[in-house]
Write a protein that binds this ligand. Structure first.
Ligand code: PAF
Length: 287
């Protein structure tokens, strides 16, 4: 019965067709959720926000090669297009934009978008191509789809800051909506990359959220030294063999500048490599 009531999602792979559809929504509010597919409840919370706020919702599924470095996991990035379409159809999404790489990056492509400063920090240190690739593809998708509202998850806190800077600095007429991070019942932040973890690695991955929880508890007890908090977090993560900490940052949530002391609103963010996956997590704390 439910399937009969389901509205068929429209699959679009060409830019021209996508543009035509977007234009046909003229006068209505258009929400857009960019994704790389393999959708989980974290993505679906973005989609739900868009469906709630907007008359029409478009989701893109595009694994953007330009945001992966040469030794990163582009080749093993998980896919499940059929599963994704089913989820989006059930949710009531109007259109899925699923272009191929040549459509987005035809031969001769040579323009990139660079957001300065905030991209040099945190993930920018070990993933120097990442934010340039994200900013470029996101701007292209915004230009193709022309949404008034876009939805990004706070799980990728730095990415969100980059998108906000891009929208502000280039005067894009778009509202960026922040959607809270979604966790599994045991605390693991939802990520498509969790799929690439073995059961043993998945257990080790819980050390990320545990270390954040530990930092929160310590701050509640009055510890505000960033060094001390970082050391305790390191201990929790390093207690799991095979974990490789990329960074633990205790910083200002807007400028992403490191803090020595937790004072005022503070972002604690970390990236850790476990097996084939590089996982990120974060939380906001107040002193
Ligand atoms: O967060 C992601 O999945 C990607 O970085 C995004 C925003 C879809 C750009 O490729």
């Amino acid at each position: 019965m439910a399937t009969e009531l389901r509205q068929q999602v429209r699959m679009v792979s060409s830019i021209d067709e996508m543009r035509k559809i977007s234009k046909s929504f003229h006068g209505a509010t258009l929400g857009f959720v960019p994704t790389m597919g393999y959708l989980h409840d974290g993505h679906m919370s973005l989609v739900k926000q868009s469906l709630k706020l907007c008359d029409h919702t478009i989701v893109s599924i595009f694994v953007n090669p330009r945001q992966f470095g040469p030794n990163e996991d582009l080749d093993v990035y998980p896919h499940d297009l059929e599963g994704d379409i089913e989820k989006l159809e059930m949710a009531g999404v109007d259109v899925v934009f699923h272009p191929n790489s040549k459509t987005i990056y035809p031969d001769g492509f040579k323009t990139h978008v660079q957001v300065d400063e905030i991209t040099q920090r945190l993930c920018g240190n070990s993933r120097p191509r990442f934010f340039k690739g994200v900013a470029t593809v996101v701007l292209k998708l915004f230009n193709i789809i022309r949404p008034q509202h876009v939805f990004f998850g706070e799980k990728d806190w730095q990415q969100l800051a980059v998108v906000e800077a891009l929208v502000r600095d280039l005067n894009l007429d778009i509202s960026v909506h922040r959607v809270p991070l979604v966790r599994e019942p045991d605390g693991l932040a939802m990520s498509s990359r969790n799929r690439n973890l073995s059961p043993e690695e998945r257990t080790k991955a819980l050390s990320l959220s545990k270390s954040l929880q530990n930092a929160k508890d310590q701050i509640r007890q009055g510890i505000t030294s960033a060094n001390q908090l970082r050391e305790s977090m390191k201990k929790i993560i390093s207690a799991e063999s095979g974990t490789q900490i990329d960074y633990i940052s205790i910083c200002d949530p807007t400028s992403l500048q490191e803090k020595e002391v937790v004072k005022g609103r503070t972002l604690i963010a970390l990236a850790v490599k476990i097996g084939p996956a590089r996982l990120i997590d974060n939380c906001i704390v107040e002193d």
